[in-house]
Design a protein around this ligand. Structure first.
Ligand SMILES: [Zn+2]
Length: 114
C-alpha cells in the first residue's frame, strides 16, 4: 500500500499524573495537537478515506474540556492518550496506522501496532 493520509486536530483538556517522579502533579491543562495517520489503497473516488469523515469523527471523540484522568486514569500521559485515540479510530477506520499526540509544541508521543 502506497498512500498515507494525515488529519490534524487540536483540543484542550486538563490532566495530572498521579505519580510523576514519585509525586502527584498539580492539575493543569494542555492544548493537545492530535495527528492521525491512515494508510490504504485508493477507492473508486481516488482517495484512501474521506478527510471530512475523519475530521468529524475526531471532533466527536476527542475529550474537549474534560479532565483526562476521568477517562484514562492516573497515567494520563500523551502515550496512553495516543493509544486510547488509536483504538477508537481503528474501530471506525481500519486503515488507521498511527496516532501522534503533541502535548506541547516540543513533546509528542505516538502509538502504532508495529
Ligand atoms: Zn501535563
Amino acid at each position: 500500500m502506497a498512500y498515507r493520509v494525515k488529519v490534524v486536530r487540536e483540543f484542550s483538556a486538563a490532566h495530572f499524573l498521579e505519580s510523576y517522579r514519585g509525586k502527584p502533579e498539580p492539575i493543569h491543562g494542555h492544548n493537545y495537537r492530535v495527528e492521525v495517520i491512515l494508510e490504504g489503497d485508493l477507492g473508486d473516488e481516488g482517495y484512501v478515506v474521506d478527510f471530512l469523515e475523519i475530521n468529524s469523527f475526531l471532533k466527536e471523540i476527542l475529550p474537549e474540556h474534560r479532565n483526562l484522568n476521568e477517562i484514562l486514569g492516573g497515567k494520563s500521559t500523551a502515550e496512553i492518550l495516543a493509544h486510547w485515540i488509536y483504538d477508537r479510530l481503528k474501530e471506525r477506520f481500519p486503515q488507521t496506522v498511527e496516532v501522534w499526540v503533541w502535548e506541547t509544541g516540543r513533546f509528542a508521543a505516538s502509538y502504532s501496532e508495529r
